[in-house]
Write a new protein. Sequence first.
Length: 199
Amino acid sequence: MSQDNLQKEADSFGDFYRAQSSSPTIQQIFRVANGLETLSEEITPYSFVTLSDLEKICHWLNLTPGQSFVDLACGNGSLGLWLAGQTGARLTGLDPSSTAIAMAQAKARRLGLATNARFVAGSFADTTLPNESFDAASSTDAIWLAADQQAALGEIARILRRGARFVFTSCSTLDNALLKPDPSSGCEERIVFDDPFVL
């Protein structure tokens, strides 16, 4: 994807984030549909991750206070900030949209997490982050948007320390007999694992 196309895509997400933030109805739909209504009103993701999924992600990341993690395609920062608040780990949120970055920074201040969270512009394939600098990485419902998923995974491996964990959710059209869709999710493409796996 060309730089112009990447910028157009980032701009379109910026438009969406502005629209979402000015629509209590859209925010409430995602909170209620995903069972997040017991969380702070600041947690308004644009994702299909449920509270149960989020708790699993938190468990699988296995972060402790003082460790650092990166939330890739963090959007408005909601899920990464929730994870940082639950674990005491330091958050770096990364997103191509400058609008999303500004929203995430403001949200971190309102949640009292500004000293433990920073947000930077970047993409899956070009994070601009230092080598081997994170104990874990997360990404919710976004890696499928990477123009080059192989390059994205290579970049993620580059910024993670040895033994680090990468937990992600994604939409998929995989046709693999080992990966069975979860029929209770209402989404034929949604695949849920009970335990993390190693590639």
